[in-house]
Structures are given as structure tokens and as C-alpha cells.
Write a protein that binds this ligand. Structure first.
Ligand code: ZN
Length: 267
């Protein structure tokens, strides 16, 4: 499903791509704006979506550029209607690195809020109503969106940013797999609670579905970490076996030692 995407351009050497469903989102907002105020409404509505997703890209760039400082390769940032996703070839296991990479995303949103606040300050306190379509309204919406994006992502629901920060904190005390286990248990529990609250209390089914998606993502990521650990343990066991066997043979015979074996496995 993630293959259904369109490459746009490269930014800092990272390919920016949009999922095809993103185009539907733009069409939907354009249509809603058009129903309210014709072409002008459609234009402002689409502009707001594009400005919002520019902030999503900046959030992902915060993660990506920090990750690159730790040697992580970031081939692509993909935009979907539910948000952005930076693709990393690996996630560093040092808690400090994971913490900094993760916090960099929401930090970009809060920096944008601080940048935009002085611009909209006058409109916030003005007695006059801000016109529905115009720069003032767009910037007010964008400031609010960044405040929400930064805060929402800090919820400790693994694998959202807050959950990753929680795992990084746990990993300073526990081993990586245990830390992931507890972060994913807490994340799954909270994802279910938030999903229920969104559906039954706010009747926001899109948000409820998003939390269900996060519930399964938490489970997937824990399983992935567990599999990587098991494979590493398996290959470490075999390397030890082979080394032991070669040492034993070398001791017991006058034959020249066998050439070293090359094993195909994760290193
Ligand atoms: Zn993030």
C-alpha cells in the first residue's frame, strides 16, 4: 500500500513523496471550501492543507536531519492523509540518540508556534473578527495546528514520538527489548483508551481509527525488535559453535586449520 506514492522533489537529499490518497484529501478540502465560498474558498482551503503539510514535512525533517547526525540513512519522507513518515534504515539503540532524534520533531512544531505567535498576536486580541479567508486566518490556524501537532505527538503512545521518548528513558534502566516491551504495552493500552474516548465521547471516528492503527503499529514494532534480537542471538550462538569446533580440531590434529568460513547472516 505504501508503494502507491508519487515522488515530488528532494529536500536535503531526502526524497519527498506523497501517497495517492493525499490527493483525495486535497480534493476533499478543495470541495468543502468551494461549497462554502466558491473558487476563493477552495483556494484558501487547499492553501491551508498545503501549509499544514509543509509543517508536517518540517517536523519529519527535524527527526531526519537529527537522525543523519547519528549515521542513519533517510531515503524518503512520505506524506499520507494521517501525517508524515520518515523512513530510517535503522533506529539507533543508544537512548540518548533516540531521545534527541525523536524530540527534534515536536521541537520544530513548538519553534514554529513561537515564530508565528508574534505575527498573529494582534489578531488574537483584536475585537474585530478575522475574515474567514485570508492570511490572518491561515496563520492563526497554522499556529494552532502546530501547537496541537507538537503536543499530540508527545503522548506516550508508542510508536508515536512520546512513546519513543518513553522507550528511550526506559532503555537507560532496562535492556532494549524489555524497554520496547513495556513501552509497547503502555502504548497499546493508551491507544485503546484514546481510541474509545475519541469514538464514544467525541464521535471522532477518524481519530479513533488512527489510535487503532497505532495500537497495531506498537505490536508490530515490538515483534520486529524481538525478531532482530532472536536472530542476533542465533547467529552469535552459531559463530561461537564454529569457533569452538575449529579450535578443537586445530588442537586434536596436525592438519592445517580449515580456511575460515563465511557465514551469511546479520552482522
Ligand atoms: Zn514525529
Amino acid at each position: 500500500m505504501l508503494r502507491w506514492s508519487i515522488n515530488l522533489f528532494r529536500i536535503f537529499g531526502i526524497q519527498l513523496a506523497v501517497h495517492v490518497s493525499f490527493l483525495l484529501l486535497i480534493a476533499y478540502f478543495g470541495y468543502e471550501g468551494w461549497r462554502e465560498e466558491g473558487v476563493i474558498g477552495a483556494g484558501w482551503s487547499v492553501l491551508l492543507v498545503l501549509a499544514f503539510f509543509t509543517c508536517v514535512v518540517l517536523h519529519e525533517l527535524g527527526h531526519s536531519l537529527t537522525a543523519r547526525r547519528y549515521g542513519v540513512h533517510v531515503p524518503r519522507i512520505l506524506l499520507m492523509p494521517i501525517g508524515g513518515m520518515a523512513e530510517f534504515d535503522r533506529i539507533p539503540r543508544q537512548p540518548r540518540a533516540e531521545f534527541l532524534i525523536t524530540i527534534a520533531g515536536p521541537a520544530v512544531n513548538f519553534a514554529l508556534v513561537l515564530l508565528l505567535l508574534p505575527v498573529i498576536w494582534h489578531d488574537l486580541w483584536s475585537e474585530e473578527a478575522v475574515p474567514l479567508h485570508g492570511w490572518e486566518n491561515l496563520l492563526i490556524n497554522l499556529t494552532a495546528a502546530n501547537a496541537v501537532m507538537g503536543t499530540f505527538n508527545l503522548l506516550p503512545v508508542f510508536p508515536m514520538d512520546g512513546g519513543r521518548i518513553f522507550r528511550a528513558l526506559l532503555a537507560t534502566k532496562l535492556d532494549y527489548l524489555r524497554a520496547t516491551f513495556w513501552a509497547s504495552i503502555v502504548g497499546r493500552g493508551l491507544a485503546l483508551v484514546f481510541s474509545g474516548v475519541a469514538a464514544f465521547y467525541f464521535s471522532n471516528y477518524l481519530l479513533a481509527a488512527l489510535f487503532l492503527f497505532i495500537f497495531f503499529a506498537a505490536e508490530n514494532e515490538y515483534r520486529h525488535v524481538r525478531r532482530v534480537e532472536e536472530e542476533a542471538a542465533y547467529w552469535a550462538h552459531w559463530r561461537a559453535q564454529v569457533a569452538f569446533e575449529q579450535a578443537r580440531r586445530a588442537e586434536n590434529s596436525d592438519e592445517p586449520p580449515a580456511p575460515p568460513l563465511i557465514y551469511h547472516g546479520p552482522n
